[in-house]
Design a protein around this ligand. Structure first.
Ligand code: ZN
Length: 136
């Protein structure tokens, strides 16, 4: 974490103990990619008494501060990721699991951009589903 990120974390966390608790919780929550509802449920399990609305608002604050990344899987599912470096995901429609794609696989893609541009972000989700197996 660089100096700017450290300063941002201190600034965002200074406000309330709840934010600090949620920040630490989202870094140890499993699964690693989580919905606001999952973070809320985990908070309650860990004795952090907080409303779902507060969890949503806190996550939005973290997102604005660049501490968490929103991944829109589809129209009805957004998950959050504490890994903010650009990376791609595999979403299993059958199980609902979300995994990070091996970064080495992305490096094999050679994407050309004009000389005066750079890739500033990446939002790539591969959606998987179990194939139907024909019964004999
Ligand atoms: Zn991820």
């Amino acid at each position: 974490m660089n100096h700017f990120e450290q300063a941002m974390v201190k600034c965002v966390l200074r406000r309330t103990g709840q934010r600090k608790d949620l920040y630490h919780l989202m870094h140890k929550i499993r699964p690693k990619h989580f919905t606001a509802g999952q973070l809320h449920a985990s908070a309650l399990e860990h004795g952090i008494r907080v409303s779902l609305a507060t969890v949503y608002n806190t996550i939005k604050t973290f997102e604005l501060a660049g501490l968490v990344r929103n991944i829109a899987i589809h129209d009805h599912l957004s998950v959050y990721d504490t890994e903010i470096e650009p990376h791609a995901h595999l979403y299993n429609e059958t199980t609902g699991e979300i995994e990070d794609l091996d970064p080495a696989l992305l490096q094999e893609l050679s994407i050309e951009v004009p000389d005066e541009y750079e890739i500033s972000g990446l939002h790539l989700v591969f959606r998987l589903r179990a194939m139907k197996v024909a019964q004999a």
